[in-house]
Design a binder for this molecule. Structure first.
Ligand code: ADP
Ligand code: MG
Length: 252
């Protein structure tokens, strides 16, 4: 079942094209990687999908609904989740309270900074933390977590909105290779269990080829290849403009 479909998406900044006629679809339970060198247009694509940027042209359909140009909040409400960044405010709260806040926020309850979450959604917060392997750390302050655990908490907070599509723009930035593999393997498992469509970017090609069902390769705003790991690896144009550049890390 197709969750997201994008047609001829287009965006320029001050007349300079950043995304040029990008079309693709992602289905329930599918992990789709969007890769390409720095400046290829990956983040611009993500920002047009989550409502931060309005496309100049093209369509963004979530299930059958056109969501291009809707506000980030409206897009989120329709089932597009993204990994949260834990702010300083939330660092002093416990891991469980952070998930409770995410549940409260998604369900439109009154959001009181001075009286965090209270007793609401305790059970649901614990259940989400179990799903990301964080049950044992539920009562610790978020601010003391190791980086990899913080990323798992961010994932639990994204899941609090019960998304159909999860957008992850460089979710493993700053992580050690083993942690990257672990976080993306967890995401893979959640995608399968929850029939969640996941679109992600990742610099580490071993992680991408290991976890993605399908890979899109973006170069100078255009999709130049699409397929499974074997197909993308073997693609002459990809080798030439991307993998063949000698970089294994997508370019920094
Ligand atoms: P990626 O995420 O693949 O590294 P980006 O989508 O961030 O690529 O950038 C694509 C191109 O668009 C780059 O040339 C970048 O400089 C440009 N760009 C991105 N965002 C803006 C912006 N807000 N204003 C002007 N130019 C931008
Ligand atoms: Mg980017």
């Amino acid at each position: 079942m197709t969750i997201l479909s994008v047609e001829a998406l287009q965006k320029s900044f001050r007349g300079v094209p950043a995304v040029r006629g990008v079309s693709f679809a992602v289905g329930a339970g599918e992990m789709l990687a969007l890769i390409g060198p720095n400046g290829a247009g990956k983040s611009t694509c993500f920002n047009m999908l989550n409502g931060q940027l309005r496309p100049d042209a093209g369509r963004v359909r979530l299930s059958e609904r056109d969501i291009a140009g809707l506000s980030p909040r409206a897009v989120c409400r329709l089932g597009v989740g993204r990994t949260f960044q834990i702010t300083a405010t939330f660092a002093s709260m416990t891991v469980r309270e952070n998930v409770q806040m995410a549940l409260l926020s998604h369900r439109q309850r009154i959001f009181r900074f001075w009286r965090p979450a209270g007793g609401q959604f305790v059970g649901e917060a614990r259940a989400l933390l179990s799903q990301v392997g964080m049950a044992a750390q539920a009562e610790r302050a978020a601010g003391v977590l190791a980086y990899g655990d913080l990323k798992r908490l961010e994932l639990a907070m994204a899941l609090a909105g019960d998304p159909r599509l999860l957008l992850m723009d460089e979710p493993t930035a700053g992580m050690a290779p083993a942690e990257r593999t672990a976080l993306m393997a967890l995401t893979r498992q959640l995608a399968t269990e929850r029939h969640l469509a996941v679109l992600f970017t990742e610099h580490d090609m071993d992680v991408v080829f290991g976890v993605a069902d399908r890979i899109l390769v973006l170069h100078q705003g255009e999709l130049i290849a699409e397929g499974d790991a074997a197909r993308v690896r073997a693609d002459a144009r990809v080798r030439e403009v991307y993998l063949g550049s000698g970089a294994t890390s997508g370019g920094h």
